[in-house]
Every structure is written in structure tokens, then in C-alpha cells.
Ligand binder design. Structure first.
Ligand SMILES: [Zn+2]
Length: 330
């Protein structure tokens, strides 16, 4: 049919994969030499520009999450404490005091952190809305700080609010879904997400992480809805794929999630010195495709992925490119 060929040629390319971020996610920083640095987002954006992958995505600016939405996953006390600390940093700077408020040796707020953390969670919420509305098939949130170590009551390990857990709760509570899955392939155990979703039969979390390693949890979880795969340092990508195939996939098939969230940490990459696992770009591409198979089978393809770790800037850029190529069929 010549007509439809012509139509195809002239109609604008509509991307089905969203890319959510916010300028303030770059302004949060925790002091010189900290691995969770603003340059991480630059490395991703540079790579997407140079590779041409960025041109195939629907770019959107993330809104702020509301206090009520943050409280779907966090206690009122924790949300208020973060807001209060953000305010204290502002006042301290105005009074000539220090530029950071430390929460633990790895985690601190600067004057932009409150805006960064509310927009990082807001990105996952807006992505959820767009995917649920059918405007996008799936989406990636290029945000920082990451979220998967933040528990219901506590900020830790570079994380303040648990972006993925807030969005998973939002999909259940505000969109009325009955089953959501969380996939976490960061090198560190997503203890915060386990704390928030553990024991909730509407959620299934599958994770693979180096163990024993920070935060020294996840081995022998007591929750039925947690499928944890602790693996020793130096485990190869091929072995990780085999374990995922054997242990994650049957549980995901059985659960039939209506939507899938990904805690997309890329610090299990062989070039990342923060962890000692041996994954590479093709492993990230493979995992993404396997998750997409489940999403297309049970969830109309609905996936919202949010950046967690990944500290070798070059490996991070290449890994996110591979993840996005798989998400967007590019
Ligand atoms: Zn990590």
C-alpha cells in the first residue's frame, strides 16, 4: 500500500519511551570526591547525545512529588525530618555556617537536596501516570539522588526518599493496580525497598546483589514476596543471567505483574570500583529484555525504571544507553 507507506514517511516519530529528569537533580551534591556526584547525569546525557539514543526518547521535566505521595512509602516523621533538614541547611548557609548537613558518613544534604529528592520521586510518579495513561509504553528516570536504601523511616547510603517504592505504592493506591513487581539489579541490596514492600502481597520484589556487602542485608529474607539472590564478589555476568532465569523468571511469571518498576543501578558493572561483580552492557541489555518480555505478556509493556547506583562514569553512560536501547527498541 503506497498510501500507508507515505503516511509512515511523513508522520512524526512518536517515541514510546519517556526520559524524565529535572535540573535540580544535578544540583544536589555531597562534597568533593563523593562518588554519587552530579557528573553521573552528565555522563548519561553525553552518551545519549553522542549515540543518538536520546533523539529516540520522549524527554520530560519531572514535577515535584507531593508530601501525601511521599507518605505512601515513608512515615510522616521521616518526610518532615527531611524537609526540616533541608530548611536548616538553607538557614545555616545564610548565617555563614556549613554548606552540608550530614545524615551518615556517606549521606548529606546541601541547599538543593530537598528539591532534588522531591523531583526524583516526582519523576517516577509522573512516569507512572504517563505509562498508566498509555501515553508512553515505558520510561526511564535519570534522577539523583538514588532511592533504594531509603527505608520507611530513614535516609542512608546516598538515599533520602525511595523513588521506586513511592511509585510502586502510588501505582497500587492511586491507580488501583492489584499487583506490581520491582526488579533491582544494583550491586547493593535494596534494603529500603524491602523494608517498605516486604510482606505486602500486592508487590513482588526480585533482586540480585553482591553479598556480603553494604548494607549487609537481604540474605535469608523473612518475606515471601522477596526473591533475593545474594552472590559473591567476582560473579560473572553469564552466571548472573543463569540465576535470574532460574530464580526470578518463574516467580515473575507466576505473579503476573500489572506493572514493573526497575531499580536500575549500574554499579555491578565490571569497571565499577564500588562493587566487585562482573556485569557489562550486554548483561544490562539482556536483563532489560527479559523484564520487557514479562511486561509485554502481563502488563501492556508498562515499565518505569529509575536510576540507582553506577559510579564509573564511562561504564554508567554505556550501560544506561544499553538499557534504553532495550526499553525503546532502538
Ligand atoms: Zn548501589
Amino acid at each position: 500500500m503506497t498510501l500507508s507507506e507515505n503516511e509512515q514517511e511523513t508522520s512524526p516519530i512518536v517515541s514510546k519511551t519517556g526520559y524524565f529528569t529535572h535540573p535540580d537533580c544535578r544540583r544536589h551534591e555531597m562534597g568533593p570526591g563523593h562518588p554519587e556526584c552530579p557528573e553521573r547525569l552528565d555522563a548519561i546525557e553525553d552518551r545519549l547525545l553522542v549515540s543518538g539514543v536520546g533523539a529516540g526518547l520522549d524527554h520530560r521535566i519531572a514535577p515535584e512529588a507531593s508530601i501525601g505521595d511521599l507518605e505512601l512509602a515513608h512515615s510522616k516523621m521521616h518526610v518532615a525530618a527531611m524537609r526540616g533538614l533541608g530548611q536548616e541547611v538553607k538557614e545555616a548557609i545564610n548565617a555563614g555556617g556549613p554548606a552540608y548537613a550530614a545524615i551518615d558518613p556517606d549521606t548529606a544534604m546541601n541547599v538543593h537536596t530537598w528539591s532534588a529528592i522531591t523531583h526524583a520521586a516526582g519523576a517516577a510518579l509522573a512516569a507512572t501516570d504517563a505509562v498508566m495513561a498509555g501515553e508512553l509504553e515505558n520510561a526511564f528516570c535519570a534522577v539523583r539522588p538514588p532511592g533504594h536504601h531509603a527505608t520507611r523511616d530513614r535516609a542512608m547510603g546516598f538515599c533520602f526518599f525511595n523513588n521506586v517504592a513511592v511509585a510502586a505504592k502510588y501505582a497500587l493506591e492511586r491507580h488501583g493496580l492489584k499487583r506490581v513487581a520491582v526488579v533491582d539489579f544494583d550491586v547493593h541490596h535494596g534494603n529500603g525497598t524491602e523494608d517498605i514492600l516486604g510482606g505486602d502481597p500486592r508487590a513482588l520484589m526480585v533482586g540480585i546483589f553482591q553479598h556480603p556487602f553494604y548494607p549487609y542485608s537481604g540474605d535469608g529474607s523473612s518475606y515471601d514476596n522477596m526473591v533475593n539472590i545474594p552472590v559473591p564478589a567476582y560473579t560473572k555476568g553469564a552466571d548472573i543471567r543463569e540465576m535470574i532465569e532460574m530464580l526470578w523468571m518463574p516467580r515473575l511469571e507466576e505473579f503476573k505483574p500489572q506493572m514493573i518498576f526497575i531499580s536500575a543501578g549500574f554499579d555491578a558493572h565490571r569497571e565499577d570500583d564500588l562493587g566487585q561483580l562482573r556485569m557489562n552492557e550486554s548483561d544490562y541489555s539482556w536483563i532489560t529484555m527479559r523484564v520487557k518480555d514479562i511486561a509485554r505478556k502481563y502488563a501492556n509493556g508498562r515499565i518505569v525504571s529509575s536510576l540507582e547506583g553506577g559510579y564509573n562514569l564511562s561504564a554508567l553512560g554505556r550501560s544506561v544507553e544499553a538499557h534504553l536501547r532495550a526499553l525503546a527498541d532502538l
